[in-house]
Design a protein. Structure first.
Length: 297
């Protein structure tokens, strides 16, 4: 495999930690999409894994510069390519109510990134073609699938109504569901995993001025996402888990300690004083070392 350069910045990685996905609309060139579509017409099974051996697919889709650069940023060097291909090929109209789920094998907590689940649309997907719905931030929510399946629409869900060649890179446990399809057009949806082979470290595009302690884990646009359900029952907010995930990815999880209360990570910029926050975090870290025989959340 040719060397692949990381393309994500600290801010991009935080966005990924918070939202659980990165969408690249129309990133795969049209001629490759057409080739893939034709291939799937001939190999119309739900698991057309032979496509993973096709040079046009490896070079044109799996190793697309933008996509592979993001994968490299999140999974580190020498990541492994998928070994299994799923096609959620939907031929007939279908009605879909509820149905939110994680895919099998989701490990929810702690929020690790040992692999990425990628969805690739080789064709335009319109609303009547039953685009998949995703819930931003839901990869951080530890919840029971038996309950999850009953929910309908969420306010900030998003639908993969997108042009041909769109690639959605997701944190594996993101909640998603099929939606109602009224069209008789066939919709292909390819889904596959990339795998980490090296321990996580902060080796994406880093900014020397970036300070993980004062970073904005809320993601700039101020969106709070959903409150996270977790065991043990501490009130953990999305920014907490996003910060934990960022530290996991940076290889600094041993330095991540949830302070709680109005401590760190903060989800408000009100009364924000970086020096004070740093002092608070350091004090808490020292205290935790001193009290190491005590359990911490
Ligand atoms: O068919 C869909 O839109 C949803 C598919 C799905 O749940 C999946 O790809 O894991
Ligand atoms: Fe699924």
């Amino acid at each position: 495999m040719r060397p692949i350069k990381p393309t994500l910045t600290d801010e991009d990685v935080i966005q990924f930690c918070l939202n659980g996905y990165i969408m690249y609309e129309g990133v795969i060139p049209e001629e490759i999409n057409r080739q893939v579509y034709a291939y799937l017409e001939e190999h119309d099974s739900g698991e057309p894994s032979e496509i993973l051996k096709q040079p046009f697919f490896i070079d044109g889709v799996l190793l697309n510069e933008t996509v592979a650069g993001a994968v490299r940023s999140l999974l580190g060097e020498n990541f492994m390519l998928p070994h299994l291909m799923s096609n959620h090929r939907s031929v007939k109209p279908r009605e879909s109510l509820g149905g939110w789920h994680w895919d099998a094998g989701a490990i929810i907590s702690p929020p690790t990134v040992n692999y990425l689940q990628v969805f690739y649309l080789p064709q335009d997907v319109t609303l009547d073609m039953g685009p998949t719905a995703f819930l931003p931030g839901s990869h951080l929510i530890n919840y029971d699938t038996a309950y999850m399946a009953h929910y309908g629409n969420f306010r900030n869900q998003f639908l993969t109504v997108a042009p041909a060649g769109s690639v959605l890179i997701t944190a594996y446990p993101i909640w998603h569901r099929a939606t109602t399809k009224t069209s008789t057009a066939t919709r292909n949806l390819l889904k596959y995993n990339y795998w980490r082979t090296v321990p996580p470290t902060r080796d994406w595009i880093t900014d020397p001025n970036f300070d993980p302690i004062t970073a904005d884990y809320k993601g700039g646009d101020g969106r709070r996402g959903y409150t996270v359900f977790s065991q043990p029952r501490v009130s953990i907010e999305p920014v907490n888990v996003a910060a934990e995930m960022f530290n996991w990815l940076s290889g600094t999880l041993d330095q991540y300690r949830l302070v709680g209360a109005q401590g760190w990570p903060l989800e408000t910029e009100k009364g924000y004083d970086p020096d004070y926050t740093r002092k608070l975090v350091n004090t808490y870290n020292n205290l935790a070392i001193e009290m190491k025989d005590y359990k911490r959340p």
